[in-house]
Design a binder for this molecule. Structure first.
Ligand code: BDR
Ligand code: CA
Length: 313
Protein backbone atom coordinates (compact mmCIF):
# COMPACT_ATOMS: atom_id res chain seq x y z
CA UNK A 1 0.00 0.00 0.00
CA UNK A 2 1.21 3.54 -0.76
CA UNK A 3 2.18 5.51 2.33
CA UNK A 4 -0.45 7.81 3.75
CA UNK A 5 0.08 11.49 2.92
CA UNK A 6 0.27 13.73 5.97
CA UNK A 7 1.05 17.35 6.81
CA UNK A 8 2.37 17.98 10.33
CA UNK A 9 1.34 21.37 11.73
CA UNK A 10 3.59 22.06 14.70
CA UNK A 11 5.21 24.39 17.26
CA UNK A 12 8.38 22.49 18.30
CA UNK A 13 8.67 21.90 21.38
CA UNK A 14 10.56 18.77 22.44
CA UNK A 15 7.51 16.50 22.19
CA UNK A 16 6.70 17.94 18.74
CA UNK A 17 10.27 17.11 17.75
CA UNK A 18 9.80 13.49 18.80
CA UNK A 19 6.53 13.33 16.84
CA UNK A 20 8.25 14.65 13.71
CA UNK A 21 11.11 12.16 14.12
CA UNK A 22 8.64 9.29 14.52
CA UNK A 23 6.89 10.29 11.29
CA UNK A 24 10.14 10.77 9.35
CA UNK A 25 11.35 7.39 10.60
CA UNK A 26 8.28 5.69 9.11
CA UNK A 27 8.39 6.33 5.32
CA UNK A 28 6.72 3.01 4.50
CA UNK A 29 3.55 4.11 6.22
CA UNK A 30 3.75 7.92 6.15
CA UNK A 31 4.63 10.36 3.39
CA UNK A 32 5.27 13.73 5.07
CA UNK A 33 4.26 16.22 2.35
CA UNK A 34 5.38 19.14 4.48
CA UNK A 35 5.79 20.55 7.94
CA UNK A 36 3.92 23.76 8.71
CA UNK A 37 5.13 25.75 11.69
CA UNK A 38 2.90 27.88 13.89
CA UNK A 39 3.49 30.11 16.89
CA UNK A 40 2.80 28.29 20.14
CA UNK A 41 5.29 26.88 22.61
CA UNK A 42 7.64 29.65 21.44
CA UNK A 43 7.25 32.39 18.79
CA UNK A 44 7.12 31.49 15.08
CA UNK A 45 10.73 32.46 14.30
CA UNK A 46 11.82 29.72 16.70
CA UNK A 47 9.23 27.05 15.82
CA UNK A 48 10.04 27.17 12.10
CA UNK A 49 13.76 27.07 12.90
CA UNK A 50 13.24 24.16 15.31
CA UNK A 51 11.27 22.23 12.67
CA UNK A 52 14.25 22.54 10.33
CA UNK A 53 16.65 21.44 13.08
CA UNK A 54 14.57 18.29 13.55
CA UNK A 55 14.50 17.51 9.79
CA UNK A 56 18.27 17.88 9.70
CA UNK A 57 18.68 15.63 12.71
CA UNK A 58 16.60 13.00 10.89
CA UNK A 59 18.69 13.58 7.73
CA UNK A 60 15.45 14.34 5.85
CA UNK A 61 16.36 17.76 4.52
CA UNK A 62 14.08 17.22 1.51
CA UNK A 63 11.05 17.65 3.79
CA UNK A 64 9.67 21.13 3.03
CA UNK A 65 9.18 23.35 6.07
CA UNK A 66 6.84 26.35 5.89
CA UNK A 67 6.34 29.20 8.35
CA UNK A 68 2.72 30.01 9.11
CA UNK A 69 0.82 32.29 11.48
CA UNK A 70 2.69 34.24 14.11
CA UNK A 71 -0.39 35.19 16.15
CA UNK A 72 -3.65 33.39 17.02
CA UNK A 73 -6.77 34.33 15.01
CA UNK A 74 -8.30 36.62 17.62
CA UNK A 75 -6.06 36.70 20.69
CA UNK A 76 -2.61 37.62 21.86
CA UNK A 77 -0.09 34.79 21.66
CA UNK A 78 0.54 32.82 24.86
CA UNK A 79 3.79 30.80 24.89
CA UNK A 80 5.19 28.02 27.08
CA UNK A 81 8.89 28.70 27.67
CA UNK A 82 8.29 27.61 31.27
CA UNK A 83 7.89 24.06 29.91
CA UNK A 84 10.07 23.95 26.80
CA UNK A 85 12.80 26.49 27.65
CA UNK A 86 13.71 29.69 25.85
CA UNK A 87 14.51 28.06 22.49
CA UNK A 88 11.55 25.65 22.59
CA UNK A 89 14.05 22.81 22.24
CA UNK A 90 16.13 23.39 25.37
CA UNK A 91 18.21 20.47 26.58
CA UNK A 92 21.07 19.60 24.24
CA UNK A 93 23.27 22.17 22.52
CA UNK A 94 21.88 22.71 19.00
CA UNK A 95 23.49 24.19 15.91
CA UNK A 96 21.46 26.49 13.67
CA UNK A 97 19.91 24.65 10.71
CA UNK A 98 21.37 25.09 7.24
CA UNK A 99 18.38 23.82 5.23
CA UNK A 100 16.23 26.61 3.82
CA UNK A 101 12.76 27.59 4.89
CA UNK A 102 10.24 27.46 2.00
CA UNK A 103 9.17 30.84 0.58
CA UNK A 104 5.47 30.01 0.63
CA UNK A 105 3.32 30.80 3.69
CA UNK A 106 2.18 27.64 5.52
CA UNK A 107 -1.49 28.53 5.01
CA UNK A 108 -0.98 28.78 1.23
CA UNK A 109 0.85 25.46 1.28
CA UNK A 110 -2.04 23.80 3.15
CA UNK A 111 -4.56 25.21 0.66
CA UNK A 112 -2.47 24.30 -2.41
CA UNK A 113 -1.67 20.80 -1.18
CA UNK A 114 -5.30 20.02 -0.43
CA UNK A 115 -6.41 21.39 -3.79
CA UNK A 116 -3.75 19.59 -5.79
CA UNK A 117 -3.79 16.15 -4.13
CA UNK A 118 -6.72 13.84 -4.85
CA UNK A 119 -9.69 14.51 -2.52
CA UNK A 120 -9.62 12.42 0.65
CA UNK A 121 -5.93 11.55 0.45
CA UNK A 122 -4.29 14.09 2.80
CA UNK A 123 -4.38 13.77 6.59
CA UNK A 124 -3.61 16.79 8.77
CA UNK A 125 -1.73 16.28 12.02
CA UNK A 126 -1.88 19.48 14.10
CA UNK A 127 0.23 19.24 17.25
CA UNK A 128 0.29 22.93 18.18
CA UNK A 129 -2.31 25.70 18.34
CA UNK A 130 -4.75 25.35 15.43
CA UNK A 131 -4.22 28.78 13.86
CA UNK A 132 -2.83 27.64 10.49
CA UNK A 133 -5.73 25.22 9.99
CA UNK A 134 -8.35 27.72 11.19
CA UNK A 135 -7.07 30.38 8.79
CA UNK A 136 -6.80 27.92 5.87
CA UNK A 137 -10.34 26.58 6.42
CA UNK A 138 -11.75 30.13 6.72
CA UNK A 139 -9.95 31.41 3.64
CA UNK A 140 -10.56 28.36 1.44
CA UNK A 141 -13.63 26.45 2.67
CA UNK A 142 -13.48 24.25 -0.46
CA UNK A 143 -10.47 22.40 1.01
CA UNK A 144 -12.38 21.18 4.08
CA UNK A 145 -14.15 18.33 2.29
CA UNK A 146 -10.88 17.28 0.68
CA UNK A 147 -9.19 16.44 4.03
CA UNK A 148 -9.04 12.71 4.72
CA UNK A 149 -8.79 13.01 8.51
CA UNK A 150 -7.44 15.29 11.21
CA UNK A 151 -5.46 13.71 14.04
CA UNK A 152 -4.87 16.36 16.65
CA UNK A 153 -3.06 16.63 19.95
CA UNK A 154 -5.25 18.88 22.00
CA UNK A 155 -7.93 19.19 24.62
CA UNK A 156 -8.67 17.38 27.83
CA UNK A 157 -11.72 16.21 29.68
CA UNK A 158 -11.14 14.28 32.89
CA UNK A 159 -7.62 15.72 33.10
CA UNK A 160 -9.11 19.20 32.59
CA UNK A 161 -6.32 21.73 31.99
CA UNK A 162 -2.56 22.22 31.92
CA UNK A 163 -2.22 25.92 31.00
CA UNK A 164 -5.30 27.00 32.99
CA UNK A 165 -7.32 24.89 35.42
CA UNK A 166 -9.79 24.25 32.59
CA UNK A 167 -7.89 24.29 29.30
CA UNK A 168 -5.17 22.40 27.50
CA UNK A 169 -2.44 24.56 25.91
CA UNK A 170 -3.00 23.96 22.17
CA UNK A 171 -6.72 24.71 22.38
CA UNK A 172 -6.31 27.59 24.85
CA UNK A 173 -3.84 29.50 22.69
CA UNK A 174 -6.24 29.73 19.75
CA UNK A 175 -9.74 28.61 20.77
CA UNK A 176 -11.38 30.31 17.77
CA UNK A 177 -9.23 28.26 15.39
CA UNK A 178 -9.88 25.10 17.41
CA UNK A 179 -13.61 25.77 17.21
CA UNK A 180 -13.41 26.00 13.41
CA UNK A 181 -11.54 22.69 13.27
CA UNK A 182 -13.86 20.83 15.66
CA UNK A 183 -16.89 22.14 13.73
CA UNK A 184 -15.40 21.41 10.29
CA UNK A 185 -17.12 18.07 9.81
CA UNK A 186 -13.81 16.41 8.88
CA UNK A 187 -13.32 13.01 10.60
CA UNK A 188 -11.33 13.97 13.66
CA UNK A 189 -9.31 11.98 16.19
CA UNK A 190 -8.22 13.89 19.30
CA UNK A 191 -5.37 12.94 21.64
CA UNK A 192 -6.32 14.90 24.77
CA UNK A 193 -4.35 15.08 28.03
CA UNK A 194 -6.49 12.16 29.22
CA UNK A 195 -4.47 9.88 26.99
CA UNK A 196 -1.15 11.75 26.67
CA UNK A 197 -0.75 11.82 30.47
CA UNK A 198 -0.56 8.03 30.26
CA UNK A 199 2.31 8.12 27.71
CA UNK A 200 4.89 8.97 30.36
CA UNK A 201 8.65 8.78 30.09
CA UNK A 202 10.39 6.74 32.79
CA UNK A 203 14.09 6.33 33.49
CA UNK A 204 14.09 2.99 31.68
CA UNK A 205 12.32 4.44 28.64
CA UNK A 206 14.71 7.41 28.42
CA UNK A 207 17.69 5.07 28.89
CA UNK A 208 16.37 3.01 25.97
CA UNK A 209 16.46 6.12 23.73
CA UNK A 210 19.97 6.97 24.93
CA UNK A 211 21.09 3.39 24.34
CA UNK A 212 20.05 3.32 20.68
CA UNK A 213 23.57 4.31 19.72
CA UNK A 214 22.54 6.98 17.21
CA UNK A 215 22.45 10.77 17.46
CA UNK A 216 18.65 10.82 17.33
CA UNK A 217 18.44 8.55 20.38
CA UNK A 218 20.85 10.73 22.34
CA UNK A 219 18.98 13.93 21.43
CA UNK A 220 15.58 12.47 22.28
CA UNK A 221 16.94 11.28 25.63
CA UNK A 222 18.28 14.77 26.38
CA UNK A 223 15.11 16.50 25.21
CA UNK A 224 12.82 14.28 27.22
CA UNK A 225 15.03 14.59 30.31
CA UNK A 226 14.81 18.39 30.06
CA UNK A 227 11.09 18.37 29.41
CA UNK A 228 10.49 15.98 32.35
CA UNK A 229 11.59 18.34 35.08
CA UNK A 230 8.49 20.51 34.75
CA UNK A 231 5.92 17.72 34.79
CA UNK A 232 7.67 15.77 37.54
CA UNK A 233 7.48 18.81 39.76
CA UNK A 234 3.94 19.71 38.76
CA UNK A 235 2.28 16.30 38.79
CA UNK A 236 4.69 14.34 40.96
CA UNK A 237 4.83 11.83 38.10
CA UNK A 238 7.76 9.60 37.25
CA UNK A 239 8.35 11.36 33.93
CA UNK A 240 6.86 13.61 31.30
CA UNK A 241 3.95 13.00 28.94
CA UNK A 242 4.99 12.57 25.31
CA UNK A 243 1.87 14.36 24.08
CA UNK A 244 2.47 14.98 20.40
CA UNK A 245 3.96 11.62 19.33
CA UNK A 246 0.62 10.02 20.26
CA UNK A 247 -0.83 11.41 17.00
CA UNK A 248 1.80 9.80 14.79
CA UNK A 249 1.72 6.57 16.80
CA UNK A 250 -2.03 6.46 16.18
CA UNK A 251 -1.46 6.68 12.41
CA UNK A 252 1.08 3.85 12.63
CA UNK A 253 -0.74 1.63 15.10
CA UNK A 254 -4.29 2.79 15.84
CA UNK A 255 -5.04 -0.21 18.06
CA UNK A 256 -2.68 1.19 20.72
CA UNK A 257 -5.40 3.71 21.60
CA UNK A 258 -9.00 3.54 22.72
CA UNK A 259 -11.61 6.24 23.13
CA UNK A 260 -15.14 7.29 22.29
CA UNK A 261 -16.75 8.96 19.32
CA UNK A 262 -18.53 11.87 21.02
CA UNK A 263 -19.45 15.51 20.70
CA UNK A 264 -16.66 17.94 21.60
CA UNK A 265 -17.23 21.70 21.80
CA UNK A 266 -14.68 24.43 22.53
CA UNK A 267 -15.51 27.11 25.11
CA UNK A 268 -14.93 30.56 23.60
CA UNK A 269 -16.60 33.15 25.78
CA UNK A 270 -15.99 32.43 29.46
CA UNK A 271 -12.81 34.05 30.83
CA UNK A 272 -12.66 31.31 33.45
CA UNK A 273 -12.91 28.28 31.17
CA UNK A 274 -11.80 29.65 27.79
CA UNK A 275 -10.37 26.91 25.57
CA UNK A 276 -11.95 24.08 27.55
CA UNK A 277 -12.93 21.10 25.40
CA UNK A 278 -16.35 20.06 26.65
CA UNK A 279 -16.54 16.41 25.64
CA UNK A 280 -19.88 14.65 25.97
CA UNK A 281 -18.13 11.50 27.20
CA UNK A 282 -21.28 10.14 28.85
CA UNK A 283 -23.44 11.07 25.86
CA UNK A 284 -25.85 13.08 27.98
CA UNK A 285 -26.81 15.47 25.15
CA UNK A 286 -28.16 14.97 21.65
CA UNK A 287 -25.29 16.99 20.18
CA UNK A 288 -23.85 15.10 17.22
CA UNK A 289 -20.54 13.28 17.64
CA UNK A 290 -17.74 15.13 15.86
CA UNK A 291 -14.56 13.60 17.26
CA UNK A 292 -13.06 10.36 18.46
CA UNK A 293 -11.76 11.49 21.83
CA UNK A 294 -9.09 9.11 23.08
CA UNK A 295 -8.85 8.06 26.70
CA UNK A 296 -6.36 5.24 26.93
CA UNK A 297 -3.08 4.02 25.45
CA UNK A 298 -0.97 0.88 25.78
CA UNK A 299 2.03 2.86 27.02
CA UNK A 300 4.55 0.00 26.87
CA UNK A 301 3.64 -0.76 23.27
CA UNK A 302 3.71 2.96 22.44
CA UNK A 303 7.28 3.32 23.77
CA UNK A 304 8.32 0.09 22.01
CA UNK A 305 7.06 1.48 18.70
CA UNK A 306 8.74 4.83 19.28
CA UNK A 307 12.09 3.33 20.28
CA UNK A 308 12.08 0.84 17.38
CA UNK A 309 11.37 3.59 14.86
CA UNK A 310 13.90 6.07 16.26
CA UNK A 311 16.53 3.34 15.93
CA UNK A 312 16.04 3.53 12.15
CA UNK A 313 17.20 7.16 11.90
C1 BDR B 1 0.73 20.48 24.11
O1 BDR B 1 1.24 21.77 24.41
C2 BDR B 1 2.61 21.84 24.08
O2 BDR B 1 3.32 22.39 25.13
C3 BDR B 1 3.05 20.45 23.70
O3 BDR B 1 3.98 20.51 22.64
C4 BDR B 1 1.78 19.77 23.29
O4 BDR B 1 1.50 19.97 21.91
C5 BDR B 1 0.34 19.78 25.39
O5 BDR B 1 -0.64 20.51 26.06
CA1 CA C 1 3.12 20.89 20.36
Amino acid sequence: MAPRKIIIDTDPGQDDAVAILLALASPEELDVLGITAVAGNVPLALTEKNARIVCELAKKTDTPVFAGCSEPMARKLVTAEHVHGKSGLDGPQLADPTMALQDMHAVDFLINALRSEAPGTVTLVPIGPLTNLGVAFSRAPDIIDRVQEIVIMGGAYFEVGNITPAAEFNIYVDPEAADIVFKSGVPLVAMPLDVTHKALTTRARVDAFAGLGNEVGRMVAEWTSFFERFDKEKYGSEGAPLHDPCTIAYLLQPDLFSGRHVNVEVELTSELTRGMTVADWWRVTQRPANATFMGDVDADAFFRLLTDRLARL
